[in-house]
Ligand binder design. Structure first.
Ligand code: LRH
Ligand code: MN
Length: 393
């Protein structure tokens, strides 16, 4: 077995991809949210489904929460429930995008009373992190404007910076603020954090525990996302991914489904930038998360397939012959260099991943193993009545 294959196995065996609690609830578009039988009714059932994804993939040991969608009276009890099921509670996502008060913005709103309310929610989410033991607070703001002149762009940036600074000051030394950008939706003229540059600038102003989240659905069509990844990694500010895929807008489809070559290129830059290397500490760690909605497909198999797609892209990235690539790049051998990536991308890595799973005592085919488990039928039979979880939009 080549050194490269052995290194690839080692990295794949410890790959950690966080699932989003909201992927297990009902979701849809503005036209329709389709309810599915067996959907969780509370955060405890969402965590149980996340644990099931980990049980069959071995690569999803934590689940991200979204507050208030996952609000519970006792977060310690939820954390213990997760532990009993073999997973942990991960990133805490704040939500200042579903309250009537936030129509003209949350932390950027012209009204100081509303800014105070939004900032207080962000601070409450840090309290939740203290209770769950989570490292990352992820902040995505739907804040923006729809018409030129609607508000003062620079003044909104000042308001945003003020709120972020207050939240950052509240974090403890092992906690991070992860700032997520998005080009458009729900605002369509300006978003207050529209791109990586704006997020990066705010993170630099805050401090080294402020990092950027790259949601793969949040860019203009044709954006070279792996370039952004390489630049943020080089700057030590790539903190997280929200993985999904899209054909047009923020479609939140299964990662790698729309463009597996893009996902490979992204994971190749992550590898080259040291993002897969074992780290001395959490500082500089990249949180690999899924942020998806399974509007029409079964949700747990959808998450399992998503994990497998990230694993396959990662395995292919790990098989790029770096020495051959470097030699071709140095020689100006354009096609030789491109060929090194294309050869890796063309490699069938499914046998390698099957071996990695077997070595971990897992079924080599997680999708088939889940289908045989009877879990899907059990939750449909058990989860009758009550209010199915959703985005509550
Ligand atoms: C916004 C977003 C953000 C989450 C939400 C569920 O589009 O990507 O990461 O809070 O989806
Ligand atoms: Mn996201």
């Amino acid at each position: 077995m080549s050194v490269q294959a052995a290194e690839a196995r080692e990295i794949l065996a410890r790959q950690h991809i966080e699932t989003p609690s909201w992927a297990f609830g009902n979701s849809g578009t503005r036209f329709k949210v389709f309810a599915q039988a067996g959907v969780p009714r509370d955060p405890f059932e969402k965590v149980a489904d996340a644990a099931t994804v980990h049980r069959f993939t071995g690569a999803a040991p934590t689940v991200a929460l979204h507050i208030p969608w996952d609000a519970v009276p006792d977060y310690g009890k939820l954390a213990a429930h997760a532990r009993d099921l073999g997973v942990g509670l991960g990133t805490i996502n704040a939500n200042v995008f579903q309250d009537d008060d936030y129509m003209l913005g949350s932390v950027t709103n012209p009204d100081p009373r509303i800014r105070r309310k939004a900032t207080d929610h962000l601070l409450e989410c840090v309290d939740v992190m203290d209770a769950t033991g989570s490292r990352d607070l992820k902040l995505w703001f739907s804040d923006g404007t729809n018409y030129p002149g609607q508000d003062d762009v620079a003044a909104r940036q000042d308001r945003l910076a003020e709120a972020l600074a207050e939240v950052y000051a509240r974090l403890s030394a092992d906690q991070r603020l992860v700032l997520e950008y998005k080009l458009f939706e729900p605002a369509f003229y300006t978003m207050d954090v529209p791109d990586w540059g704006t997020a990066y600038a705010h993170c630099l102003a805050l401090g080294e525990r402020a990092v950027v989240c790259v949601d793969t659905g949040h860019h203009a069509p044709g954006t070279n996302i792996e370039f952004i990844v390489a630049v943020l990694l080089r700057a030590g500010r790539l903190g997280a991914f929200d993985f999904n895929s899209r054909f047009y807008a923020d479609d939140d489809l299964i990662v790698g489904a729309a463009d597996p070559f893009q996902l490979f290129r992204i994971m190749t830059e992550v590898r080259f930038g040291g993002g897969l290397d074992p780290l001395p500490s959490d500082r500089g760690a990249i949180a690999f998360m899924l942020d998806q909605c399974h509007n029409i497909e079964p949700k747990i198999p959808g998450q399992i397939r998503s994990i497998m797609n990230v694993q396959e892209a990662t395995a292919k990235a790990l098989l790029v012959d770096r020495a051959a690539l470097a030699a071709a790049q140095a020689a100006g051998d354009v096609l030789g260099a491109n060929g090194a990536l294309m050869d890796a991308f063309a490699t069938d890595v499914r046998p390698l991943l099957a071996e990695v799973r077997e070595a971990a005592g897992l079924d080599p085919d997680p999708m088939a193993a889940y289908a045989r488990s009877g879990y899907a039928e059990r939750i449909v039979a058990e989860r009758v009545g009550g209010q199915q979880a959703g985005w509550g939009a």
